[in-house]
Design a protein around this ligand. Structure first.
Ligand SMILES: CNc1nc2c(CCNC[C@]34C[C@H]5C[C@H](C[C@H](C5)C3)C4)c3nc(N)[nH]c(=O)c3cc2[nH]1
Ligand SMILES: [Zn+2]
Length: 370
């Protein structure tokens, strides 16, 4: 994997990540596919909207249908019919947020499947073994995503474990890698000095890219913003920086301003399914009665399939009927909106006018237009 910075505008970077399955222009948004699908979308539609990389999920695929099964079937790209780069999360976060009865020991994490209650034990090595079997292009080490709030002592103890796990994941990866990449994950809660120590520890092990973890887990916005502002610039400048689970486009603007390159979040897809749509006039909730007889397109400034062919009245009708087409048309639009936003943001950095771009969009994004 090669990372080439094309332009810088302050701390913001416009760059390229070159993988064996294609190039990723950054800052990049990665639509998330939990069970091997970006819900309601075909891979062709995702590609046509303009996405270059999607995120898939180790935890879900390991439990069902199983990583050996996916491997036997020819790997994840063939299985889900997406032939561009795929980033897989290690499963750490899902084990904490989905599984029950989990126990964290120095060896690894024990948990019960949320599907059938079966008992499992994942080690830092196993987490990489699963991602290698899936055939992922960019893998994440097994980490402990420290919940919020957490006592400083707990965070400090967890850091030592996560640094040790990162080393074990990396060592296992080095023995089995063939032209894939592995990213380290920086934890440390909302404590800047612990975050700085975490950067030193993880960078000592050495990775192809570095993720900021343990954020967007319920902490106050100002804590998340402070950690991003203070820690992102300390992460190796010549490697991609990935802010996990973010996010809201206002948070994306703040993070890009401080040097973050990659993002993943369920917001555009999950909100679409709940009828919350992002438009150039702000966010709208399509189920509101004011749209009952509104014959105008969802967003006059958008040229996505949904905005070119349907009215707000029809999108509202589909939503009220809970039609499957509602999920599809809403998801197409929200993903298109996010993709265009990132394209314009990359261009603004390339033209040296990121600050203008940020100002221009901040007040649009604040507007909760009905
Ligand atoms: C939302 N806030 C947040 N997310 C976070 C994630 C998951 C990133 N998305 C992957 C994921 C998670 C779910 C939902 C989809 C598909 C699949 C299952 C993989 C994205 C995180 N993942 C890891 N390994 N470590 C973190 O600290 C972390 C912190 C987060 N903070
Ligand atoms: Zn649209």
């Amino acid at each position: 994997m090669r990372f080439k910075i094309l332009r810088k505008d302050g701390f913001a970077r416009n760059a390229l990540i070159e993988t064996k399955r294609g190039v990723i222009h950054t800052p990049a948004f990665m639509p998330v596919g939990t069970n091997g699908t970006v819900k309601a979308m075909t891979p062709e539609e995702i590609r046509e909207i303009g996405y270059e990389i999607i995120l898939s999920n180790t935890y879900h695929l390991y439990l069902r249908p199983g990583h050996e099964t996916v491997k036997k079937l020819g790997g994840i790209h063939k299985f889900i019919n997406w032939h561009g780069p795929i980033l897989t999360d290690s499963g750490g976060f899902q084990i904490y947020s989905l599984a029950s009865l989990r126990k964290i020991t120095s060896q690894g994490v024990e948990f019960r499947s949320h599907i059938d209650g079966s008992l499992h034990f994942i080690t830092p090595e196993k987490a990489i073994e699963i991602q290698l079997a899936l055939g992922s292009d960019i893998m994440m080490v097994l980490d402990e995503c420290v919940p919020y709030p957490a006592e400083k002592e707990y965070v400090e103890k967890s850091l030592k474990l996560t640094a040790d796990w990162a080393k074990r994941s990396k060592d296992y990866f080095e023995k089995h890698r063939n032209d894939q990449a592995v990213f380290g994950i920086i934890q440390g809660g909302i404590y800047d000095e612990l975050r700085q120590k975490a950067v030193e520890e993880i960078v000592k092990t050495g990775f192809d890219g570095y993720a900021l973890g343990g954020l967007s887990v319920g902490e106050p916005k100002e804590d998340m913003y402070r950690v991003i502002k203070n820690i992102a610039p300390l992460m190796p400048e010549e490697k991609p920086r990935y802010l996990m689970g973010v996010g809201d486009l206002m948070d994306v603007l703040h993070a890009v301003e401080h040097g973050i390159d990659m993002f993943d979040c369920v917001i555009p897809t999950r909100n679409a399914r709940n009828g919350t749509l992002f438009t150039s006039q702000g966010r709208i909730s399509i189920k509101r009665s004011e749209f009952k007889e509104d014959n105008s397109p969802l967003d006059p400034d958008c040229d996505c399939y949904t905005c070119r062919n349907y009215t707000k009245a029809f999108l509202r009708h589909l939503y009220m009927c809970r039609e499957i087409l509602s999920m599809r048309l809403n998801t197409i639009h929200n993903l298109y909106f996010y993709c265009r936003f990132f394209e314009k943001m990359r261009q603004a950095i390339a033209d040296g006018r990121f600050q203008d771009f940020k100002k221009e969009w901040m007040h649009v994004l604040e507007k909760n237009f009905s």
